[in-house]
Design a protein around this ligand. Structure first.
Ligand SMILES: [Zn+2]
Ligand SMILES: [Zn+2]
Length: 331
């Protein structure tokens, strides 16, 4: 009899996830199988489930903020051993031969594989991953608390690096990524100005609790002119607002994988050598750097844990913005 596992399957975009009992995946050469202890719920999962992002394997198991323990090792694995606590992020595979891989920019690889998108992810009891793309998780954080580091933390960290150097930083959309970035930025002595949906006083209070210098609605003008801004919300109309808030020479970093159309805007908003740039995926070096930095800050994540079978409710909560911090599924 084959061993089985519970998993939440996305059969097609726009459909709810379906709880199923399926065969446990077997690790191939160079791969490990991980018994999932926790898997964060990321906005990207919502974009895949809703069909904003195409080219999804079907059916697919979502989830790319996986923390678990290695429970089976494929041939040729030298990175991790049985029982190791590891994290599996969004970047599941790169080709190693394209020009981007050669330039050390594997986040832009021409033939990548992403976890929970083309490769089955962590909304399940087990997940298989290439061992070279799994990372040791620092001690001092529980499985649930560590899960959001794997995407919200990593993408937030990469976004912050693109915004640096800055002394004043605006963050638009105060969700999972923002609440981690705010801690890292404060650790570096950066003043944070948090922008939320207008009227979202809970998110604004949360931002102030985390030490943000100011919190308000995205329709408000911050009290100082900002050196840089990061937009995590998937709302294109925030781009001209953020450009208006940053000073000459400032950068607006777009940290999400999907965004609604950016409206036409006067060139004056970009004039003065302001820069708008996106952040795409992560490199393995980002993961190594950030997971070493996180305990030194130290990053403390605010999480709400839900059972795996409630993945649809978790996605709904994220869609409504009905939470502070990060949602994490526990099988
Ligand atoms: Zn490549
Ligand atoms: Zn993500």
């Amino acid at each position: 009899m084959t061993d089985t596992m519970k998993a939440m399957l996305l059969d097609a975009a726009g459909k709810p996830l379906r709880l199923a009992e399926i065969p446990r995946p077997e690790p191939g050469p160079g791969q490990v199988r991980v018994k999932v202890a926790a898997c964060g719920v990321c906005r990207t999962d919502l974009h895949v489930a809703d069909g904003d992002l195409k080219h999804t394997k079907q059916p697919i198991i979502l989830g790319h903020e996986i923390v678990g323990r290695v429970d089976k090792v494929g041939t040729g694995v030298t990175h991790h051993s049985l029982g190791d606590r590891v994290g599996i992020p969004w970047l599941g595979h790169t080709c190693g031969v394209c020009s981007y891989c050669h330039e050390g920019r594997e986040n832009l690889c021409d033939a990548p594989g992403f976890t929970g998108y083309q490769i089955d992810g962590g909304y399940a009891e087990y997940a298989v991953a290439d061992a070279g793309y799994c990372f040791s998780i620092p001690d001092g954080l529980g499985d649930v608390e560590a899960a959001p580091l794997l995407c919200a933390g990593l993408i937030g960290y990469r976004s912050l690096r693109m915004a640096d150097p800055c002394k004043t930083l605006g963050i638009y959309g105060f969700g999972a990524a923002a609440h981690i970035v705010a801690q890292v930025a404060r650790h570096r002595g950066i003043e944070i100005y948090a922008f939320t949906r207008p009227g979202d006083t809970a998110a604004q209070a949360f931002a102030r609790e985390l030490g943000c210098a100011w919190a308000g609605g995205s329709d408000e003008t911050p009290p100082v002119s900002l050196d840089a801004a990061i937009i995590f919300a998937s709302v294109g109309s925030l781009v001209p607002l953020a450009l208006e808030a940053v000073r000459k020479g400032g950068t607006v970093v777009l940290g999400g994988i999907h965004m609604s159309d950016i409206p036409a805007m006067p060139y004056d908003l970009l004039w003065g050598e302001r820069v708008v740039r996106s952040v795409a995926n992560l490199t393995r070096q980002d993961a190594i750097d950030f997971l070493a930095l996180a305990p030194r800050v130290p990053v403390r994540t605010h999480t709400t844990a839900l059972p795996l079978a409630e993945a649809n409710a978790a996605l709904d909560r994220l869609r409504r913005g009905d939470l502070t911090g990060a949602l994490v599924l526990v099988p």
